[in-house]
Design a protein around this ligand. Structure first.
Ligand code: ADP
Length: 248
């Protein structure tokens, strides 16, 4: 094939791929709600990749801010959040909402869709944030997904998982991953979280029932469509059910 034709073919192929990728990019807000270990983080990564969504983790966002020493010095709210975090307490809820909303506005202005894996966590956050989602993305583009999981399975999954040091990618306790010692995605060290004991996971499950689950009825009562998913299936099957629920 002449060189010019070859160049054109390559260019054409790349452009086609770009177009296909662009076509799949969605301006959605996907909210995954479910108990610890129900697969929110896992599915959020898959959905982010498929639909070109930004995977927004509020806890990571908060940690980035409190680890920025300049910011801690000049912003008293960040300093207070750091003080609480260092004592093992939660970030102040109004501050969490504030930094999340700032990030949502920034992403929306760049035309990006978002997938949330760990927030909103409380009714307070949900009430504030959905107003912003409605305003910036429109009601039809808000996709809420409920991943169901029993307490027993939540404990089983979380007490045996490992996470990577750099980006907290989770490595399930599957036989194929037994011998790996570094993260397949970024090569960083794998750690077991000290917080992942059966007792603490059980408490986190109860906190989920009390503080987070009410968001489901709040959204339903306010006319948001909720996709119901049985989380106690293989990762692939959960993913397929989610795509089906999203009409994809
Ligand atoms: P969440 O974000 O809801 O707490 P994660 O996505 O972090 O849940 O998953 C918790 C653990 O369970 C991880 O080790 C993950 O790989 C594993 N996991 C997630 N989904 C499934 C599934 N469908 N079947 C088995 N293990 C799963």
């Amino acid at each position: 094939m002449p060189r010019a034709t070859q160049k054109f073919t390559t260019w054409f192929f790349i452009k086609q791929t770009d177009i296909i990728n662009l076509m799949d990019n969605k301006k959605w807000v996907v909210i995954l709600i479910g108990p610890p270990g129900s697969g929110k983080g896992t599915q959020a990564e898959l959905l982010a990749e498929k639909f070109g969504l930004f995977h927004l983790e509020t806890s990571k966002l908060g940690e980035e801010k409190i680890n920025n020493t300049e910011l801690v010095k000049k912003d008293p709210e960040v300093a207070e959040a750091k003080r609480l975090y260092d004592k093992g307490e939660l970030f102040p809820p109004p501050w969490t909402v504030k930094i999340t909303v700032e990030k949502i506005r920034e992403l929306a202005s760049q035309g990006m869709g978002i997938v949330f894996s760990g927030s909103p966590r409380t009714l307070h956050e949900a009430e504030k944030e959905v107003l912003i989602f409605d305003e910036l993305y429109g009601r039809d583009n808000i996709k809420a997904i409920h991943l169901n999981l029993t307490k027993e399975e939540s404990i089983r999954r979380n007490s045996s998982r490992r996470i990577c040091e750099a980006n907290r990618h989770t490595i399930p306790n599957f036989p194929i991953f037994k011998d790996i010692t570094t993260c397949p995605k970024d090569g960083s060290k794998l750690l077991k979280r000290e917080l992942d004991t059966p007792e603490t996971i059980s408490i986190r499950y109860e906190v989920y029932l009390r503080q987070t689950q009410p968001i489901i009825s709040f959204l339903e009562e306010n006319g948001y469509k909720m996709v119901e998913i049985e989380g106690e299936q293989d990762i692939d099957k959960v993913y397929k059910d989610i795509l089906k629920g999203l009409g994809e």
